[in-house]
Design a protein around this ligand. Sequence first.
Ligand SMILES: Nc1ncnc2c1ncn2[C@@H]1O[C@H](COP(=O)(O)OP(=O)(O)O)[C@@H](O)[C@H]1O
Ligand SMILES: [Mg+2]
Length: 152
Amino acid sequence: MDTGTPGVKNSVHMEFPSLPENVGFARASVAFFASQLDFTLDELDEIKVAVSEAVSNAVVHGYPQGPGPVVVDVSATEAGELVVQVADRGTGIEDVEQACQTSFTTRPGERLGLGLTFIKEYADRLEVTSRPGEGTVVTFRKRPQPAAVSQG
Ligand SMILES: Nc1ncnc2c1ncn2[C@@H]1O[C@H](COP(=O)(O)OP(=O)(O)O)[C@@H](O)[C@H]1O
Ligand SMILES: [Mg+2]
């Protein structure tokens, strides 16, 4: 647990089997957690998409043979940043750089290859670490954008 970790104000740790019905659970839980920071509704929507994509990837690609454990850690830093980590112990990724390219998918005809691209687009920072046969960890960070100063 992150309680007491320097720089971390609040954190939640979740673990669940990679069942499709848990994608929505993770998406809603992380968005609810994120709402304690100063995100706009649009930013919360972006966070929901990013979480859905990361967790669906664990379900679809990480454990193609059947459910395995997915761990989601979400934290809010003292500096007001959201950090989301989605980890599986599934198949892993052969070439992470290639996997992150727009439209790259190992399931052509079935998927669009846009999931990691969306996460990269919506987050301030995305890190993917993976080893074939050992699993994948996707970490993304996002800070609320300062509100635009209105004129007049
Ligand atoms: N958790 C994961 N485990 C194994 N492979 C993954 C994982 N996440 C992504 N990948 C690989 O990266 C590719 C690109 O992912 P993504 O951009 O989400 O596109 P898509 O899911 O549509 O294929 C996937 O096709 C898959 O090969
Ligand atoms: Mg995907």
